[in-house]
Design a protein around this ligand. Structure first.
Ligand SMILES: [Zn+2]
Length: 231
């Protein structure tokens, strides 16, 4: 009997740990901003994993619609695309830190290695833009006690989402991805998108056509959450 109880407790703890780490909004290991409660029709579009080949096309679409977005940058991808990052700032968009390598092993790094990744990326962004970012999005949306400790120590603000587009599943037609996002829209929502995906610009165009027709304002994460984006 004791054995069964111990196994059950272990399984429950394991399930809790998996949920707390995998759900970016769990708030267990660190506070993450995932949405804001408001009646004002505003949305924060966020793009992860750039700068990449599609980023400039995404910026073109945003500009045409007079929409602002937040880009969570991978530090190692900035070299060679400095002008793209500068264009983000010039266009009134916000940039944040999304780790240096975006390695699958990132959540398992020790605090020193993790901290190095974040500091290196913030330094790269500051070198290019003159701004030291405070916004951070955990790679894969995974959080754990080490990430919590490092983010707190560096004074970063973790940003999650409440509307996941699943745009990285390339096989899904972009129209279906857009419709799914549209079905989940609520004022004060934060949408997760990726500017590294093929047809990221086409998906964005579909979303913005809808957001415009519904009277939504697309604002940066810091503006919506009323937090500082830079030091
Ligand atoms: Zn990512």
């Amino acid at each position: 009997m004791y054995c069964v109880i111990i196994i059950l407790v272990f399984l429950l703890l394991l399930a809790f740990f998996v949920w707390a780490s995998a759900d970016v909004g769990s708030q267990v290991w660190l506070k993450t901003f995932c949405k804001v409660d408001t009646e004002r029709k505003m949305i924060a579009l966020t793009f992860d994993d750039g700068p990449d080949v599609m980023t400039e096309k995404v910026l073109d679409v945003l500009e045409r619609h007079n929409a602002k977005a937040t880009f969570f940058l991978i530090g190692s991808k900035i070299s060679g695309r400095e002008h793209v990052v500068q264009r983000m700032i010039e266009g009134g968009h916000a940039v944040g830190n999304h780790s240096w390598s975006h390695s699958g092993a990132f959540p398992f790094y020790n605090a020193t290695k993790m901290s190095d990744e974040l500091v290196r990326t913030s330094d790269a962004i500051e070198r290019v833009t003159g701004l030291k970012p405070l916004l951070f999005r955990p790679p894969f949306g995974v959080t754990d006690p080490t990430i919590g400790k490092v983010v707190k120590r560096l004074g970063l603000k973790a940003v999650g989402w409440n509307i996941r587009s699943l745009d990285t599943i390339a096989a899904t037609p972009r129209r279906n991805v857009a419709d799914k996002v549209i079905g989940k829209l609520t004022p004060g929502g934060i949408i997760l998108l990726h500017d590294r995906c093929d047809e990221a610009d086409k998906l964005l165009e579909m979303l913005l056509n809808h957001l415009d027709s519904e009277g939504y304002a697309c604002v940066t994460v810091d503006e919506m959450l009323q937090i500082d984006a830079y030091e």
